[in-house]
Design a protein around this ligand. Sequence first.
Ligand code: PEP
Length: 296
Amino acid sequence: MKLSLALLAAAASGAAAFAPVNTNGLRSVTELNARQPIMAGNWKMNPTTEADALNLANGFTALLNEMEDTCAMDEVEGCTEVVLFPPFPFISKVMDIVGKAGITVGAQQVYYQDKGAFTGSVAASMVKSVGCEYVLCGHSERRSLFSDSDANINAKVKKTLEFGMKPILCIGETQEEYDLDITKEVCAMQVSKDLAGVSKEEMADVVIAYEPVWAIGTGLVCDSDASNEVHKYIRTVLAKMYDDEVAQATRIQYGGSVTPESVDQLMAKSDIDGCLVGGASLFADKFARIVNFEKL
Ligand code: PEP
């Protein structure tokens, strides 16, 4: 896990690494430094050809190279970590292109078995061996379309960690659950089941993405204050499962129809540490603007 120099210095001195939340609910400079922002682009089953995927990777990399606020994996102060999740067949070639700009590549999913007669599946060792650093676990499309249960997701999170990669655990309520006003209960249940058996030390490599299912691919962005409240609540769940240190150090992304128009407001909130972006990540200019969000 990358830590900011400010966080390392604070940890070394025993000082509090995290500033209190501003009374206006906005993120302070200290907080921005404490949890490195992480922006991820989930290409899903797009683009449809290798040529188009490489065009997208090239276009995005070119735009990012013109910007100052993103950075290579080991340079951390004040920068935003960027991760792309292309379809499996494009991973290696996309990595060749974007790696030079310090962009990390991950896998959209893995199976929890190590190898064998599982036609169509991809193992954690496979994506690790081609250079993936992150794996999406529990994306709502995997839950709803491919029957990923919390038990399976938990096994995939643990397999990802076992192979030295970092899971981005996606959680969030459906429209029906939102209408029933059980968002917090759903998130608490998913966090506790999906992270069961994950140690405090391993949590340093876990990112959580709060993605209200009703906001994914619909154009409906969750209100930034409402989303921030859920993020804060998720930290209370982590504090109970682990401790305050884990609760404050874990990066929690928001996902659901994020656009260049909505990103600044979301990223201004105290407990939103980045975004998981689907549709807009398929447009180099839109995703570059999202990655280069304005710090309000
Ligand atoms: C996603 O795929 O995780 C997602 C948030 O998609 P979109 O940005 O298109 O809503």
